[in-house]
Design a protein around this ligand. Structure first.
Ligand SMILES: Cc1cc2nc3c(=O)[nH]c(=O)nc-3n(C[C@H](O)[C@H](O)[C@H](O)COP(=O)(O)OP(=O)(O)OC[C@H]3O[C@@H](n4cnc5c(N)ncnc54)[C@H](O)[C@@H]3O)c2cc1C
Length: 369
């Protein structure tokens, strides 16, 4: 176990906020975690508690007065019989398992896990390649990209329950997954520390290429490499294509601080969408199509990036902060010296301008601490 006091967190949040915490505790096994919570009085760690992964979906708005916990449980292994539920990997016709259960420790870097699976020829997480953060947080966040959400491949989330002090495996159904949502972010927030995640993967090809330009990008990659169909090239090719697409659109936190999509895409009633559509047609002509998705029950999802761009924020810069020029849903720490106050001030200006122009309130996707 690693314990540090007055820990600088600047390198532990991808936005690069220069903040600290009173105490930082890194555990590397379930036993260490259990020991901490069993002997809380003896350890005397200052409260409140916060569990972080790679800090890629967080905005620290100030120094954290309590204890930040971090998992260093890092293993990836195949499991034949899964945890308490006793599920077994099924066998394919050729004797090779088609459905493969793989368990990853919560502190494994998510993209390392994707790379490992692609290397083994296991299909499942390839479309989620390149998403920053760790495996534990991936299950908390229900990360998603290019037509896939992690809930599609999660079988079980193994957690330490801080209320009862025992390890509790949660079946995917118990996690109540929704769009970037789960029980861990909602009713059970703060109760469970994820220690590992069991994924159900496939050793038979299952490419998911329907989203956006993924199929054409894969076909292009195949024709330039002279390889056969995507299915025979394995998940590595899809992974490489996804990494290429992401690299051309999103800022690398190692180069410029950011926390990915800063805002959620608003889901609005038809009447609100009509206001947006009228605005767009009067500005761009009657043939203009506002990007949108049917969200069911008469609701429509509008990309926050489009709304923000209409308000003129794309590429905007103010002091040390700005709006990424290629993707206006991403706020960036341009100089690396941005303060939380600067980020929050820009956030509020953007929210107000979208509210004033369209009557739609944007909500942050990034968790403010
Ligand atoms: C450039 C960039 C691109 C991104 N692209 C995407 C994308 O395409 N799709 C997407 O969905 N997200 C994306 N994100 C957001 C982010 O990467 C994900 O939300 C990621 O899962 C966060 O992981 P993390 O380890 O950094 O978690 P953190 O940001 O540290 O924490 C996120 C939440 O999980 C909780 N948590 C973390 N670990 C544990 C644990 N072991 N047990 C219990 N709770 C825990 C934290 O308390 C917090 O509430 C992007 C971010 C960046 C910077």
């Amino acid at each position: 176990m690693k314990i540090e006091y007055d820990k600088d967190l600047a390198r532990m949040n991808t936005f690069g906020m220069k903040v600290s915490c009173a105490c930082y505790v890194e555990f590397s096994s379930e036993d260490e975690l259990s020991d901490i919570f069993r002997n809380m009085e003896r350890y005397g760690f200052p409260q409140p508690f916060l569990h972080i992964g790679g800090g890629s979906n967080l905005l620290f708005t100030r120094d954290f007065p309590g204890t930040v916990f971090h998992s260093a449980i890092r293993f990836i292994r195949r499991v034949d019989v899964q945890g308490d539920s006793g599920l077994k990997a099924s066998s394919g016709a050729a004797g090779r398992p088609e459905s493969v259960l793989v368990e990853a420790g919560s502190g494994v870097l998510w993209d390392d896990f994707c790379a490992w699976c692609a290397g083994e020829g296991f299909w499942g997480p390839e479309n989620l390649s390149g998403i920053p953060g760790e495996a534990g947080a991936a299950a908390v966040q229900n990360i998603g990209a290019y037509g896939v959400e992690v809930k599609d491949i999660v079988r079980e989330v193994r957690c330490f329950d801080v209320v009862t002090g025992v390890i509790r495996p949660l079946h995917v159904k118990d996690c109540r997954y929704g769009y970037r949502d789960s029980i861990f972010k909602d009713t059970a927030k703060g109760r469970y520390v994820v220690t590992s995640v069991v994924f159900a993967l496939s050793s038979v090809p299952q490419p998911r290429l329907e989203y956006g330009h993924v199929r054409s990008a894969v076909e292009q990659a195949l024709s330039s490499s002279g390889a056969g169909p995507a299915t025979s090239s394995g998940p590595s090719l899809v992974r490489d294509v996804i990494l290429g697409i992401r690299g051309s659109k999103l800022p690398d936190p190692a180069v410029v601080g950011n926390a990915g999509s800063f805002f959620k895409n608003p889901v609005v009633p038809r009447s609100s969408y009509d206001i947006v559509e009228n605005y767009a047609k009067s500005r761009y002509g009657a043939d203009y199509e506002v990007p949108h998705f049917d969200a069911g029950s008469g609701f429509i999802k509008i990309p926050a990036a489009w709304l923000i761009e209409q308000c003129g924020w794309k590429g905007y810069r103010e002091g040390n902060v700005g709006v990424y020029e290629k993707q206006p849903i991403v706020l960036v720490n341009v100089t690396g010296k941005a303060s939380p106050d600067e980020v929050v001030a820009l956030e509020h200006k953007i929210v107000m301008s979208v509210q004033n122009l369209f009557g739609i309130t944007l909500h942050p996707e990034v968790e403010h601490i």
